[in-house]
Design a binder for this molecule. Structure first.
Ligand SMILES: [Zn+2]
Length: 284
């Protein structure tokens, strides 16, 4: 399996890191996890076109993870996609896509369809190729024997006291040809994340703050209840027995701080550690 980190940043615009998005290529499928800021452009840089994706999985609905979703869908459509594209995500994903197609981009879609009529060509609405499926904890079979398991991860709902209807976040595990890659999404430690990551060959894990950046009560709350920092990511990977910890969703920091973060993780986690950067490709 090839893992390409398309975007390794977070909500803060960062000139070095686009929004969260990870491409996994396995058994001749191209599967995208999250569609953060800049995803359509990053896919082109990774030599995969938006219209060639086989499935899209959304982890949750923070804007950094779906900021590029409308762009991705319309770029695929504008480039002629008609083949069905399954889009999976937690409850609320269908309403977001409806909002993009029926509200945000309704005028653009009408324009392009009308323009095609002028040229005598028939253009389907983008809805015709989208297959949106909301998932919680379940197994999803993709073509070519590729299997994805979705699980509920803890991304703030307990600390902020939101119900599953108000706030639901997924992690995923993709398996193909005997290899397994887990995608944490944004998460802190939890039972289902532990299951998704269990003995995985690689875990693509959020690690927003390094140990030295967790100083205030707000940052402590963030890393314990909402979004793992480097120490939490190391502990999750160590307990799950993963082979390779790949860090993403990293807040802007100096090269020295990045290297310090990596070395602190290696004190806890015995496997391979990669601090991700945009367009890095890893064999997993
Ligand atoms: Zn995020």
């Amino acid at each position: 399996m090839h893992v390409t980190l398309l975007g390794t940043g977070g909500p803060r615009p960062d000139p070095e890191r686009q929004g969260p998005a990870t491409l996994v290529e396995a058994s001749r499928l191209a599967v995208l996890f999250d569609a953060g800021r800049g995803v359509a452009t990053q896919l082109v840089r990774a030599n995969v076109r938006a219209e060639d994706l086989d499935a899209v999985f959304i982890t949750h609905h923070h804007f950094d993870h779906i900021g590029g979703l409308g762009d991705l869908i319309l770029a695929a459509w504008n480039n002629g996609r008609t083949r069905p594209l399954p889009v999976f995500g937690p409850p609320g994903t269908a309403a977001i896509i409806d909002g993009l197609l029926d509200q945000v981009y309704a005028r653009d879609i009408n324009f392009r369809i009308a323009e095609e009529w002028v040229h005598g060509r028939l253009l389907d609405h983008p809805r015709a190729f989208l297959e949106v499926k909301e998932v919680l904890s379940q197994r999803i079979d993709l073509p070519n024997g590729v299997e994805v398991t979705s699980g509920q991860v803890e991304h703030g709902s307990m600390g902020i006291e939101l119900s599953i209807e108000e706030w639901s976040a997924n992690g995923y595990r993709i398996s193909a040809e005997g290899r397994h890659v887990a995608i944490s999404g944004d998460a802190v430690a939890g039972l289902e994340l532990a299951d998704l990551a269990h003995q995985a060959d690689a875990l693509v894990m959020c690690a927003y703050l390094s140990e030295g950046e967790i100083t205030t009560s707000e940052e402590t709350f963030l890393t314990e209840q909402v979004l793992a920092g480097a120490p939490q990511a190391a502990a999750i990977a160590q307990e799950a027995g993963v082979g390779h910890l790949i860090l993403t969703h990293i807040r802007e920091k100096s090269d020295v701080a990045i290297e310090l973060m990596r070395s602190q993780i290696t004190e806890v986690f015995p496997g391979e550690v990669t601090v991700g950067s945009d367009l890095m490709t890893i064999d997993a």
